[in-house]
Write a protein that binds this ligand. Structure first.
Ligand SMILES: [Zn+2]
Ligand SMILES: [Zn+2]
Length: 355
């Protein structure tokens, strides 16, 4: 057992409290990782706001990088000192989803031992709880990373990069010549944009409410930009034609409602950002069936960590994948509420807590 500082949520909507919690020893297949950096994701904020429910007190944080400090029995290829990404994707490796190459939809991920505060359990939310100096997670949640990549940039691979990039590459399988629209040019959207560029998309149209974010979108590979609130169909026809793929990276109901407006016949809109539970969408099903259009979700970019992280690291080493540019500001753990406030205000790309 080990005492660590963590940012604990005791009441939905309230600031996180920096407290000392006690981590369990790593059990079978588990690894204790000392966290170097953890990014603030919109999913953390939705949980903090109570948008998806869950038990309290809880520790959020699921987009991290760190160094292995202890391993439990049954850990195959990680030893103390190894540098790893820490993700929320806990997978058994044996259920039909895992065996079919879809570990993000693992049916039987299991649950590890939880941190404690005195006698009380503190939930390590999303199988992770990385707003802390260290975590105990399953080995399936980890992927090795080299020592020379800066922590604040590396941690974004754990969620923001794989979610946006994976939606384009793994879920939509964008082909050279396709037309893509990416709605929302934040931490996830910019990665969908750079993935569409990597995939050879003919046009990558970024949509956002902020001119500053649209400028960033161009840096990441957007060929065209459109201010949110515009008529999607008219904007696309102005550019030449409707889109083969629309990636909705923001979790807002009205934005999701408008996703099909941008779409060509036989195109598909992908729901990447997750709104609060209970959000209801409004579509015209006749137009979707008449035009043969699809609407589907994608979770964590359908990533397979041990397959996808090595090639993403290689692309980054070659200068073909932007990571450092995704970091807008870094904060120490005791200023995590400032980092959350900056993300909530829509400032920047990824705000990162560096330990
Ligand atoms: Zn996330
Ligand atoms: Zn499984």
């Amino acid at each position: 057992m080990r005492d660590v500082k963590a940012a604990v949520c005791r009441e939905f909507g309230a600031p996180l409290a920096i407290e000392t919690v006690t981590l369990p020893d790593p059990g079978f297949g588990e690894v204790l990782v000392e966290i170097e950096a953890v990014a603030i994701c919109h999913s953390d904020i939705t949980f903090i706001d109570g948008g998806w429910g869950g038990d309290l007190p809880a520790i959020y944080g699921h987009e991290a990088v760190g160094r292995v400090a202890e391993v439990g029995v049954g850990v195959r290829d990680l030893a103390p000192g190894a540098r790893v990404l820490v993700t929320l994707i806990r997978s058994c490796g044996a259920c039909p989803s895992c065996a079919g190459g879809r570990p993000t939809q693992c049916a039987t991920p299991g649950a590890g031992a939880q941190p404690r505060s005195g006698e009380a359990t503190v939930v390590a939310a999303m199988n992770c709880g990385a707003f802390a100096e260290a975590v105990v997670v399953d080995q399936s949640q980890l992927a090795p990373v080299p020592d020379d990549i800066p922590a604040a940039a590396a941690c974004i691979l754990s969620c923001g990069v794989v979610t946006g990039l994976g939606a384009v590459v793994n879920t939509a399988k964008v082909r050279p010549g396709d037309w893509c629209v990416v709605i929302g040019a934040g931490g996830v959207g910019l990665n969908a944009i750079q993935a569409a560029r990597l995939s050879g998309a003919a046009r990558v149209v970024a949509v956002d409410i902020s001119d500053e974010k649209l400028d960033a979108a161009r840096d990441f590979g957007a060929t065209d930009t459109v201010l949110a609130g515009s008529d999607g169909r008219a904007a696309m026809l102005d550019l030449g034609r409707l889109a083969d793929h629309v990636f909705v990276t923001v979790g807002a109901g009205p934005v999701i409602d408008g996703a099909l407006d941008w779409l060509a016949p036989h195109g598909t809109a992908y729901l990447v950002g997750m709104p609060h539970s209970g959000t209801v969408g409004h579509f015209d099903p006749v137009s979707a069936s008449y035009f043969g259009q699809g609407l589907r979700g994608t979770r964590m970019g359908d990533v397979v960590l041990r397959r996808d992280i090595p090639w993403l690291l290689d692309l980054h080493a070659q200068g073909r994948l932007m990571l450092e540019e995704l970091v807008s500001e870094t904060f120490p753990l005791d200023r995590i509420n400032d980092a959350i406030a900056a993300t909530r205000a829509g400032q920047g790309r990824r705000n990162v807590v560096v330990l």
